[in-house]
Design a binder for this molecule. Structure first.
Ligand code: FES
Length: 79
């Protein structure tokens, strides 16, 4: 069994206003075989508010994420 990819999405006010909900939705809509490889967490705030929406994937901070950019990144981690 492979270790799930930890995807933490900031749902703080700033990131929320910048579109964090769309990131969450994009992951929830993934096909089950991909969704099952992701451990999705919502976090309150990273110290990256001005560059949101912020996401951390397996410890790597990513800023200014769009749904398509996020899904492309996740493809690098899942198999
Ligand atoms: S609100 Fe998202 S990094 Fe602060």
């Amino acid at each position: 069994m492979m270790k799930p990819v930890l995807v933490e999405i900031c749902m703080g006010t700033s990131c929320y206003l910048l579109g964090a909900q769309a990131l969450l939705d994009a992951i929830e809509r993934l096909p089950a075989e991909k969704r099952n490889q992701i451990n999705l967490c919502e976090v309150a705030c990273f110290p990256e508010c001005r560059k949101g929406p912020s996401v951390r994937i397996n410890g790597t901070m990513l800023s200014g994420m769009t749904p398509s950019h996020l899904l492309a990144k996740i493809e690098e981690y899942i198999h």
